[in-house]
Design a binder for this molecule. Structure first.
Ligand code: SF4
Ligand code: SF4
Ligand code: SF4
Length: 446
């Protein structure tokens, strides 16, 4: 009797209907057709390869063995593949201390621009808002500030945090506060990143703020031409001022990134915005999107579902990174946000509150478990992604941001693939083969 076992670094991950084969060391993801899935499922269950197997099945397993993805054996497969189905939790004395990577801090709620969908958290949904200045509550009170600002920055640095990310509203409207934060951060190993539209201060002030420090600016833009920009942010002349600022940053060699904030009215210009930033500054911009819950009901789809980009499946750079992904949410792990309201959340895209930094102080707010549990809330914990065979390769966070949205259209707003679709090869139709992801059919060789 012969058995077939997958290589120790090769995992069969099953969704509700379909399955994928993860070649962890080879950095490849194979989308299995139904026959290949059924065959490998039965091998993984410890069933022998039937003596009367079809020629195709034997050739398929031979090819997997030749490609180093598995091997024939005289004994049934062991249970070493449980890892991806029952991740082991280390608790109590064995729990590792939290690895704080980045703190997002909204130091002001003020802004002079007038983006229609900003500051109305109850009615809107956002994607990657942590890269923007979007507010939760535009009418909120003056932002919370610690009594001893310098000591607070030192406390953040003492946690081992790498990046202090200052957001607003518009942090340049709280200029004195921002200068004190920059000075205090410069006394620590922290890297300071400020997300801003750049409006409200001369370029030279921003250059002086960052010169000679571990510092970067993330400029939030609204369009590649005046009309698009004004449509989104409600004011003319913003684009010209931003272009002049970024040109000055390039000249002064201040590190910067660009994030375009898209709305349903401007998302159709995404490619033009990307080309604009690449042509002028050789910079690939990031994108964030905001829409109303009503838009989602009416069939809104995030722009990265268009033909050019499709759903992002991200290769892992090393086996360690792959296994980190299995156990953690790579988007949020190590991240915490202190809102303008002084409340502790994981990030701007996730509304759940884990503590009150304003009332309790930083250390007490961080002593609850909610934040750390959120770092581990991965795709295996949200519907419908937990039914998806690609849940360890899909890098998109929108499923977390849109997860609690009751509307039935919410899923199609962020992903075109339906893991509950039981028609043959639904998984193959959604992705174009690349060097990372490719179909693997029983009738074809590995
Ligand atoms: S610029 Fe930023 S903070 Fe100001 S209204 Fe627009 S999204 Fe909100
Ligand atoms: S889920 Fe990820 S991308 Fe979205 S806001 Fe939070 S940290 Fe940012
Ligand atoms: S977002 Fe789509 S592709 Fe990603 S895990 Fe969820 S269902 Fe799968």
């Amino acid at each position: 009797m012969r058995y077939f076992e997958l290589a120790t670094d090769c995992f069969l991950v099953e969704g509700q209907n379909e399955a994928a084969l993860y070649d962890v060391h080879g950095g490849r993801l194979f989308l299995l057709d139904r026959s290949a899935h059924e065959l490998l499922r039965s091998c993984a269950d410890g069933a022998p390869v039937p003596d009367n197997s079809s020629e195709d099945a034997v050739a398929f397993l031979d090819a997997l063995q030749a490609a180093g993805l598995g091997f024939f054996d005289d004994a049934a497969a062991g249970s070493d593949k449980l890892l991806l189905h029952q991740p082991i939790e280390w608790k109590g004395m064995c729990m590792t201390p939290p690895d704080f990577k980045s703190v997002d801090w909204q130091i002001t709620n003020a802004c002079d621009l007038d983006c229609r969908l900003c500051g109305d958290d109850d009615k809107t949904l956002s994607w990657q808002s942590c890269q923007t200045c979007l507010r939760r509550d535009a009418g909120g009170a003056e932002a919370w500030m610690p009594e001893d600002l310098e000591a607070f920055i030192a406390d953040i640095a003492n946690l081992g945090v790498g990046t202090l990310h200052i957001r607003g509203g518009e942090p340049l409207l709280a200029w004195q506060r921002l200068e004190r934060i920059a000075q205090a951060a410069a006394e620590t190993p922290l890297t300071l990143v400020v997300t801003t539209t750049g409006m409200g201060r001369p370029a030279n002030d921003l250059i002086a703020l960052g010169k000679g420090r571990r510092f970067g600016l993330n400029i939030v833009m609204f369009g590649h031409d005046d009309e698009t920009s004004e449509t989104a942010c409600g004011r003319s002349g913003v684009l010209a001022a931003q272009v002049a600022l970024i040109d000055a940053l390039v000249e002064a060699q201040i590190a910067f990134s660009i994030t375009f904030l898209l709305t349903p009215l401007t998302q159709g210009r995404r490619n033009a915005m990307q080309e604009f930033a690449q042509r002028r500054w050789r910079t690939r911009p990031a994108f964030s999107e905001v829409c109303t819950r009503e838009d989602v009901k009416n069939g809104f789809r995030l722009s990265h579902l268009d033909e050019r980009e499709r759903k992002p499946l991200a290769p892992w750079e090393s086996p360690e990174m792959f296994f980190f992904r299995v156990r953690n949410n790579t988007c949020t792990s190590g991240l915490l946000e202190i809102g303008a309201d002084g409340l502790l959340r994981t990030c701007s895209g996730l509304p759940k509150v884990h503590g009150d930094v304003g009332r309790q102080g930083l250390v007490a707010a961080l002593s609850g478990t909610g934040l750390y549990e959120s770092w581990k809330r991965g795709k295996s914990d949200v519907e419908p992604c937990r039914r998806c065979a690609l849940r360890y390769a899909c890098s998109d966070c929108s499923s977390f941001e849109f997860a609690d949205q009751p509307d039935a259209n919410a899923k199609s707003a962020y992903c075109g693939y339906d893991p509950c679709d039981d028609t043959e090869s639904a998984i193959e139709r959604e992705w174009t083969p690349t060097s990372f992801v490719r179909p693997l059919r029983l009738r074809e060789r590995a």
